[in-house]
Each structure stands twice: as C-alpha cells, then as structure tokens.
Write a protein that binds this ligand. Sequence first.
Ligand code: DX5
Ligand code: ZN
Length: 223
Amino acid sequence: MVKIAPSLLSADFREMGREIERMAQAGADYLHYDVMDGTFVPNITFGSVVLEWAAKCSLPVDAHLMVEHPETHIETYAAAGAKIITVHAEAARHLNRVLRRIRELGCLAGVAINPATSPEVLRYSVGEFDLALVMTVNPGFGGQKLIVKALDKLSEIRNMLDADGVDALLQVDGGANEKTVGLMLEKGANFIVAGSALFGSENPRALIDLAREKWLALHPEQK
Ligand code: DX5
Ligand code: ZN
C-alpha cells in the first residue's frame, strides 16, 4: 500500500502536537520532518531538539536532512527518534558510508536527489538505501509547484533497483495535492510527502483516501 507522510513544515506551530495527531487520525503513515540549514537550502527550519518532541507523538518520524555535511548530524537525529533518515546525494561526499551508518544506527536509510540531479548518482549505491526520494520542487519551501519532469526519474530508479534485484521505497516530495497525486503514483511513487495540501486542509483524510484509492486502482492485486 502507498505510504503517506505529511510534511510538518506546513503545520500550525502554535499547536505542533495536536497538528501531528490530526494527521495520525487522518490515516497518515509517517511524519515528514524537513531539516534545513540555511546553506544547502535558503531557509532554516527546526533541528533535533524539536524532533525529540515530535517523535513522542503517534507517527514515526521520517527525517529529510536538507543540510551540508549530513554525516555530522545523523547520530543526533537517530538518537532523537527518527525512524527514516534521508540525506541528499548532492550534500553527502561519501554517500555509501553515510547510508551504511544510518542503517547501523537502526534507521531506514534514504537518499534524496534534487529535481535537476540525474538518478545516475544512485547507481552505485543501489542496495545501500531503503528509500530514494525524488524531489519534485527545489527544496527549501513548502507550497511550490510540482516539476512534472522530475517524475520521470522514478521509473529510471525502479529499473536500476530491479536490475540488481533489490527493492526500495520510492518517495516524492513537493507539490503533491489532489490534482497531482494520481500522476505521481502512475509514474511509480509508492510514498507521497505532502505539506501544504495536508496541513493546510480542514479535511486531510480526503487526500489520503484519494491517494489510497488511486493506488489500489493501479495495483488491484493489493486489494
Ligand atoms: C521542501 C520540503 C517538502 C515540503 C513539501 O523543501 O522538502 O517536504 O514541505 O511541501 P508541499 O507539499 O507543500 O510542496
Ligand atoms: Zn521534505
């Protein structure tokens, strides 16, 4: 079944805990936690201290590190309670070493690529990651428009994985909403991140149910 992760970036921070529980109630699978350092991306969000509190809520935390030198931060995020830690291929100089370390720490290891980055950068890391994150906006902000072309990378990554007989989650992040989620799934995503479309909605369940319906229409064997 497709997995859904609301991105905390778009939550109402006056009510962080309640906002996270609202997403759990709506049927989300993970909480997507966007860490930005003001250098890798032109914005700064929250770090491991806030994650420690977020991890006390009902959703497992999927930490997306949009930071330079991710290798210096992964221990801290694992200790704070993240279940998935995703680093950017563009920021990790020794990608396989970082991915192995994330797994050693007991987390699922994810690798993200920006919209203009070729999926080729993942080729020699196949088998070392549990999740590939295809960014469908330039990272840094919520509420941006989907870059449709980036979705083509999903099938390229799937082919790379299949050639080596390994599986991994294929996550997309950026511009997901009720109009775009169908295309994301058709192109091969099985893990959808949505910020503004979920936290900004009075009825986040509608989008989550829609994604699951569309997923089952594409994968009837999983009914
Ligand atoms: C962007 C972040 C995303 C962002 C998605 O840099 O990585 O997770 O919150 O927001 P929406 O779904 O609003 O495009
Ligand atoms: Zn993200």
